[in-house]
Write a protein of this length. Structure first.
Length: 173
């Protein structure tokens, strides 16, 4: 028995076994954080680009629906596989920046709010475009990447602007 206690063969394997799991969890969490950051950056760029269509009056002039606007945003996203079913779009217009209010994207239970509106507004209106979805987090919950009920992460982007004075350019109805 004393020979067994003094034996040092296999120490490296035991030490590696003790450190490998936390090490790989940490590496995986860093990689996943980078991917989430890329997804957020990609969404922000897509929302800014698609929001410009509202700002210049192209959405209003073309009679674009919410589904068509969602397709426009999805065409610029590269990291969401099922964009049309998971992406939520909320477009609201206001008369001034002081009156801008909108509901939270997450309810009290940590679930994504499904109640959205599509109001691109008219010339000179203040418009807030919010686009969001749940990113499926694979890292263990002890890392803390998930912020939604069920283990997902809310990825959102928004833009606020005043519509251009495009009233004279729109076809009369």
């Amino acid at each position: 028995m004393s020979r067994f206690r003094r034996a040092e063969s296999g120490n490296v394997a035991v030490e590696f076994g003790m450190l490998a799991i936390p090490f790989f969890i940490l590496v995986f969490a860093v990689i996943e954080t980078c991917i989430i950051y890329f997804a957020t950056s990609n969404l922000d760029s897509a929302v800014s680009s698609a929001g410009r269509l509202i700002r210049i009056g192209a959405v209003q002039a073309g009679g674009m629906t919410e589904a068509q606007f969602k397709d426009e945003v999805c065409s610029k996203l590269h990291v969401i596989s099922n964009c049309s079913s998971t992406l939520k779009i909320d477009v609201r217009n206001f008369s001034n920046f002081g009156g801008v209010t909108f509901p939270s994207l997450v309810d009290g239970d940590g679930k994504i709010v499904e109640d959205t509106v599509f109001q691109p507004g008219g010339a000179g209106d203040i418009v807030v475009v919010r686009v969001y979805y749940s990113w499926g987090v694979l890292s263990p919950s002890l890392i803390g990447l998930s912020n939604l009920d069920g283990g997902g992460r809310l990825v959102a982007a928004s833009t606020a602007f005043r519509n251009e004075p495009f009233g004279d350019m729109l076809p009369s109805s």
